[in-house]
Write a protein that binds this ligand. Structure first.
Ligand SMILES: [Cu+2]
Length: 120
């Protein structure tokens, strides 16, 4: 009886955690320092994945690709007509200015690596 309750309670807690993790929790946005930021490409993600940027400023996105998988080779900025090939182990800087506030996704070509610029 007690075991059943314990199992049920832990099941509910687990479900709650899963819901929170995938649906509620939003990754915190990282602010740029002097309109510049280093973004690591490693372990299948962009780090940091969500970046807060200022509109109308020249932004310096310094990509450092550590993953060697071909998947991580190209980064595409959606809605901005910007893309770049990233070398492994060397910083590749992308400079862009965004005048229109909004959220701009950047991904690898297949959309597995995902990042976002929040411009305000
Ligand atoms: Cu990919």
């Amino acid at each position: 009886m007690i075991t059943t309750i314990t199992v049920n309670v832990s099941g509910i807690v687990l479900i709650g955690l899963v819901v929170w993790w995938f649906l509620i929790k939003k990754p915190k946005a990282t602010s740029m320092q002097n309109d510049s930021i280093e973004i690591k490409v490693r372990d299948g993600v962009y780090d940091p994945p969500v970046i807060q940027a200022t509109k109308g400023e020249q932004l310096h996105l310094r990509f450092l690709r550590e993953d060697t998988s071909p998947c991580s080779e190209v980064v595409v900025f959606h809605g901005l007509d910007v893309s770049a090939e990233l070398p492994v182990g060397t910083v590749h800087e992308i400079t862009l200015t965004i005048d229109e506030p909004g959220e701009y996704e950047f991904t690898c070509q297949m959309g597995m690596y995902r990042g976002k610029l929040i411009v305000a």
